[in-house]
Design a binder for this molecule. Sequence first.
Ligand SMILES: C[S@@+](CC[C@H](N)C(=O)[O-])C[C@H]1O[C@@H](n2cnc3c(N)ncnc32)[C@H](O)[C@@H]1O
Length: 184
Amino acid sequence: MTWLRRGVELFEDLDAGALAFYLRAHRRPEVAGWSARDPDPRVFEFVPAAPARVLDVGCGGGRHGHALAARGYEVVGVDLFERPLRVARARPGAEFLRAAATHLTDVLGNRRFDAVLDVLGPASDLRAERLGAYAAQVRALLAPGGRWIVFSFLSEQELAGAFAGFRVASREADAVGAWTVAYA
Ligand SMILES: C[S@@+](CC[C@H](N)C(=O)[O-])C[C@H]1O[C@@H](n2cnc3c(N)ncnc32)[C@H](O)[C@@H]1O
């Protein structure tokens, strides 16, 4: 009953507004992937040096996953929705899986990553009460010394609870959102 589990995960993770937004946005492939945009160059500053294992949560059409794979990283992208994953899988180089941010280990098992990346993904969209569950998944999936790299619309204050127990290495805000780099 995979469809039922997916439905439960959707409603657990997203409130009605975010769900409606993504169902509408993902109808158009060029929007579904956010892939028409260039990768954010700050991603390449924050990830550990290649070769390293990177998990891109809320990967959309894989604009960062593909750019990282081209630079020698081993990349797994995950997204809650199938449509952006289709856009991502149309290009070779990285692996793209369907998973909810709060249920990552269901599909990733005991795989471990040197960095978990979230660019305007779940840390911007999750119901507030699910942020802790997402953080627990990130902690489980990071290798020792691994980094969680987040670019979020949420304020530092809103994210602070999720980062409790992580060592925050850097924070910087810009006109769109805030970057946080934290170690498990
Ligand atoms: C604004 S797009 C950004 C995509 C990509 N990170 C980028 O920078 O191009 C956000 C993506 O996060 C995904 N997403 C949102 N909430 C999620 C969740 N709880 N679990 C997994 N993916 C999620 C959405 O489906 C969407 O593809």
